[in-house]
Ligand binder design. Structure first.
Ligand code: DMJ
Length: 611
């Protein structure tokens, strides 16, 4: 029904004026008499009840809720943080779906188990349990008003819904133009094939489950059950198929308990094993999963260090689930060999390792970026997965982090941002890949699990740098690689070479923002993530469905779409956005799960939980 106009009110008042005045006077006198007959206690009680009703009315007023919501979406200037750029705000309002809290019949979505978790969280806070910060400081709940809590819940739900909406949009493109294929090409409305195994669909399974997208999950599950076959004469990359396919299937099995995912995980896991049949037991990069043969790339007998040392979480878990130790033995042999190898520099590893003799090659270059990155991540995460008992892993991790501090950390000019450079034959290059932005999250995770507190301090400095890699670009999106300025008098901290200006929808900064927010509860990390999500929506969203990588983060007028949506955008980036904006610390608890390097959560082994 339309609200009455101002004129409607006026005519109604005039038409009834005579009798209305008399009866009003009479009612007023009679009310006053009755009021005076009441005792003082009765009057106080009535006044108190009226006050209470007034306060509740204000808090639940739809007009005020709308006002708060607009404030949350738009003018994000609290705590003196950088406000959103106006045109970004307008653009985003256009894209944002109708807020779920105002939809008819709306209820919080999510798989049953996850839903009950968030409910129990609400109950816990209602019971007045103290809120504990990551340092152990207790925040007095009395300092937080009901109005603050309401406002935060509305903002949380609206951000979570924005991520679900982004996922649905990406999924629509994949479903319409690339269903069952590896990657969506959203501009040409077609698909690209890498392994021919439905990579995006598998990578996205657990994201759908976590976001509560039941319908989308159900149709993807159906495809896995009826269409997915690994019996194919196709060469796949061991690392990529382990982290995306094996990891995705294992985590979905854990979240859902549906045995189809475990069956498929066993199938792909055993088909990948021929990669380990090498003279040195350091695996080849490529396996033919149909023929059961493996080989290195055509031009070399080397494998990449990050690749051979970042399949362990998945194969160790496969052994635990199947009771067959062969998977674990193969991957731990690699770790044991790398642990003993010469050629490290203060715990930092070169980028290549030879599959014939098991030695590092191309020595003298040390980076936390491409080809070495997840070696460091998996040292820590295997230690956590196995219950913090495998001392070699911990030792190697701690030594490497000291090596980073000693050899790779520098400060930029003029802002003094801490960055991780690369060491090349004794010379430090101020180059940093976006990939390195996994590091703040990993350092924070280590500190949460009892490693030195200065790891958390370094994590905070580095995440600021990673955020600046986005904030200082004209599109608000980070390039693939930046070079930091170190000389006095530099005008800006970050330089980007023409060849490095692309953005592939990578997750690492959002991933680290998630860890930092979980452990510190500092709202600025959510705000930074929110800005980044808006930039993705403004510059990479394709109207017919899907998101695209772009070639130029420095040209907002023409970011130059690349026509490719990487599977990790659904597997990782959107999942970490969702977890970053969720206040539910039980939603994939970091004491119960470790994320593999493709954001697939695997359980911390139960024996360790009992310790
Ligand atoms: C993903 O496949 C993984 O996160 C990997 O560790 C690095 N590259 C991409 C995302 O950037």
């Amino acid at each position: 029904m339309l609200p009455p106009s101002k004129g409607d009110f006026v005519s109604l008042a005039l038409g009834e004026s005579g009798s209305y005045t008399n009866s009003k006077q009479w009612r007023r006198q009679s009310c006053w008499r009755k009021w005076k007959q009441l005792s003082r206690l009765q009057r106080s009680l009535i006044l108190f009840t009226l006050m209470l009703l007034l306060v509740c009315g204000i808090v639940t007023s739809p007009t005020l809720i709308a006002h708060w919501r607009d404030g949350a979406l738009g003018d994000n200037t609290d705590d003196g943080e950088q406000p959103f750029v106006l045109d970004l705000k307008n653009e985003y309002k256009f894209i944002l779906p109708e807020p779920p809290s105002e939809r008819k019949g709306f209820r919080r979505r999510g798989p049953p188990v996850l839903q009950s978790r968030s409910q129990s969280k609400t109950n816990a806070s209602e019971e007045g349990k103290p809120v504990v910060s990551w340092r152990g400081g207790v925040i007095d709940k009395g300092q937080i008003s009901d109005t603050d809590i309401k406002e935060e819940e509305i903002q949380e739900e609206s951000r979570l819904e924005a991520v679900r909406e982004a996922f649905r949009h990406a999924w629509k493109g994949y479903k319409d133009f690339a269903w069952g294929h590896d990657e969506l090409k959203p501009i040409s409305k077609s698909y690209g094939e890498w392994f021919g195994l439905g990579l995006t669909l598998i990578d996205a399974l657990d994201t759908m489950w976590i976001l509560g997208l039941k319908d989308e999950f159900a149709e993807a599950r159906e495809w896995v059950a009826t269409e997915l076959s690994f019996d194919k004469n196709v060469d796949v990359n061991l690392f990529e198929s382990t982290i995306r396919i094996l990891g995705g299937l294992l985590s979905t099995y854990h979240l859902t308990g549906d045995s189809i995912f475990l069956e498929k995980a066993k199938d792909i896991g055993s088909r990948l094993m021929p990669a380990f049949n090498t003279p040195s037991k350091i695996p080849y990069s490529d396996v033919n999963i149909g023929k059961g043969t493996a080989h290195p790339p055509r031009w070399t007998s080397d494998s990449t260090v990050a690749e051979v040392t970042s399949v362990q979480l998945e194969f160790r878990e496969l052994s635990r689930l199947t009771g067959d130790p062969k998977y674990k033995l193969a991957v731990m042999e690699v770790m044991n060999q790398v642990h003993k190898l010469d050629g490290k520099n203060d715990g930092l590893v070169p980028m290549f390792i030879n599959t014939n003799n098991g030695q590092f090659t191309h020595q003298g270059i040390y980076t936390l970026g491409a080809r070495a990155d997840s070696y460091y991540e998996y040292l820590l995460k295997q230690w956590i997965q196995g219950g913090k008992k495998e001392n070699d892993l911990l030792e190697d991790y701690l030594q490497a982090m000291e090596g980073v501090k000693k050899n790779l950390l520098k400060k930029s000019n003029p802002l003094g941002l801490t960055f991780v450079g690369e060491l090349s034959h004794g010379h430090l290059s101020p180059k940093m890949d976006h990939l390195v932005c996994f590091l703040p999250g990993t350092l924070a995770l280590g500190a949460h699990h009892g490693l030195p507190a200065d790891h958390m301090e370094l994590a905070k400095q580095l995440i600021e740098t990673c955020y600046q890699m986005y904030a200082q670009m004209e599109t608000g999106l980070s390039p693939e690689i930046v070079h930091f300025n170190m000389h006095e008098g530099s005008k800006q901290d970050v330089d980007v070479k023409i060849a490095d200006r692309h953005n592939l929808l990578r997750p690492e900064t959002v991933e680290s923002l998630f860890y930092l927010y979980r452990f510190t509860k500092d709202k600025k990390y959510q705000r930074w993530g929110w800005e980044i999500l808006q930039s993705f929506n403004k510059y990479t969203r394709v109207s017919t469905g899907g998101y695209t990588s772009i070639n130029n983060v420095r040209d907002p007028a023409y970011p130059n779409p690349r026509d490719k949506m990487e599977s990790f955008f659904l597997g990782e980036t959107l999942k970490y956005f969702y977890l970053l904006f969720s206040e539910d610390t039980d939603l994939i608890s970091l004491d119960k799960y470790v994320f593999n390097t493709e954001a697939h959560p695997l359980p911390v082994w139960p024996e360790s939980n009992k310790e």
